[in-house]
Design a binder for this molecule. Sequence first.
Ligand SMILES: O=c1nc[nH]c2c1ncn2[C@H]1C[C@H](O)[C@@H](COP(=O)(O)OP(=O)(O)OP(=O)(O)O)O1
Ligand SMILES: [Mg+2]
Length: 405
Amino acid sequence: MVRMNNRAENDVRPVQVIWHFLKQQPASVLWQRGDTKILAAVQPTSGSFQVSGSSVTVQHLDWLKATLRPLLVTADLTITVTCLEDGGGLLAELFNAAYCALNLLPKDQRPQQVAAAVTTAMVNGASVVDPDQVESQQATSLMTMVATPQEQILALELSGQQAINSSEFNELILRASQGVTRTNAQRQAGFERAVEPPLPVIDTDQRTIVIATKNPGKAREFNAVFATEGIQIKTLLDYPELPRIDETGATFEENARLKADQIAAYLHLPVLADDSGLMVDALGGRPGIYSARFSGDHNDAGNNAKLLYELTGVPAAERTATFHTTLVFAKPERPAEDLVVEGNIQGQILGIPRGDNGFGYDPLFYVPALDATLAQLTVEQKNQISHRAKAIEQLKQKWRAWIKA
Ligand SMILES: O=c1nc[nH]c2c1ncn2[C@H]1C[C@H](O)[C@@H](COP(=O)(O)OP(=O)(O)OP(=O)(O)O)O1
Ligand SMILES: [Mg+2]
């Protein structure tokens, strides 16, 4: 059966977790599964175990309290859950959100047992896992299960207008077990990266720099420079749970600030961002800040084709262009102190691409002094002359002092 939402019966919705979501309450997460969004936070309190919430019923809170309590070593905690949006499966997602927040406590106070929750339902006579809002409304029965990855069931809640027979019950249990395993995997991947990274992502030792880019071409160039200084880089590809940052600024600097400031705020770490673009004189400086979106979205081949098309018939001498990079290094919560540097390189846009290295517009960007396009250079050669290299050169002179300040 294909579901209305095009998922298979055993498909759970994707999960996004923002760990340490609240600045003033470190053991906090924003848990999202599909459209269901829950904010959960845990605070130590002495002498009593409390579960409170908003936009959540008392019955839900009572269930949550009873389900979580056996997993905990210490009862001196207050858990607060807020339902920001109920897109289906609320009870299970309340558990998952609270469980994640509990795992941000110091190691000896975390839950004793690995566990996750999932909802299953009978919809139109078929059993499905993790119903969305529409399916939840149509469901004749709903079952919420909390279990360990070893399929040890810790809690089971069944509701609905219609009784189920034992074979339907078994189907629901089977689907729930698979859903729990999947949910554990979804959560654990992000948790290990965010909370227990194999290498410390601390920048006070200045050995790791987080760069707010999803562009592997940029990452390769940064890596080549920083590796020679014994610094490793991480990019947004290492943090898939972070939300997308829209580049809505009107300048390279505004866009680089948006990327650096927002990711620094999410990660609570200093973050470097790069916003670059190609300014072609014959096109009045276009595509400029729209270079990535020139022909749609991040399609290098399409962007290059459009550039060639717009320059049809323009003679070589008039095909001059500048490549620009603005770098912004941001500290969490201190946007006024952003470190901003930039670099440019002049060149010409060829009529036919040359070279296989580099990325983006490199095969069309010809540098007369080298008689080569940027795509005919190695990373090391490009890093001697490029717009980005010049900006990094500026940065190198300033960032260690800036980060300590
Ligand atoms: O050295 C370069 N050589 C050739 N092309 C380049 C270069 N540097 C940027 N480019 C291209 C990629 C993208 O089409 C646009 C920049 O857009 P820009 O928003 O800064 O980068 P992006 O969206 O690819 O990655 P991200 O924002 O995640 O850092 O110019
Ligand atoms: Mg971009």
